[in-house]
Ligand binder design. Sequence first.
Ligand code: 5GP
Length: 111
Amino acid sequence: MTVFQKIIDGEIPCKKVYEDDDVLAFHDIAPQAPVHILVIPKKAIRSVDTAEQGDQSLIGKLMLVSAQVARQEGLGESGYRLVTNVGTDGGQTVFHLHVHIMGGRPMRGMG
Ligand code: 5GP
């Protein structure tokens, strides 16, 4: 079980900023930017690489909720970065699909 599953199940706390039946968003525990929020599906999907055709609308919702949360957190005007890491070389450390929202400063570089 991943740490994000434990957050979904309420076994460990998080600083929640958004929740509905499908999606949860909360502050990253080790922020890499002034605003750093994680948006996750409640369904246990390892990454976009293992997502299935039936997950299409859920993954679309994940992106739209990410934009909504970014606006809610005041990043709409200045802009922000959305990232989803896939696998070890992608930098993924928690194997439950998530979108990073990062903003509050200019985001530079892709590496
Ligand atoms: P990844 O490297 O898999 O793309 O991102 C995982 C993210 O989860 C990291 O930015 C890390 O700081 C965050 N993280 C790991 N454990 C916890 C936790 O227990 N709570 C919260 N809020 N974030 C976590």
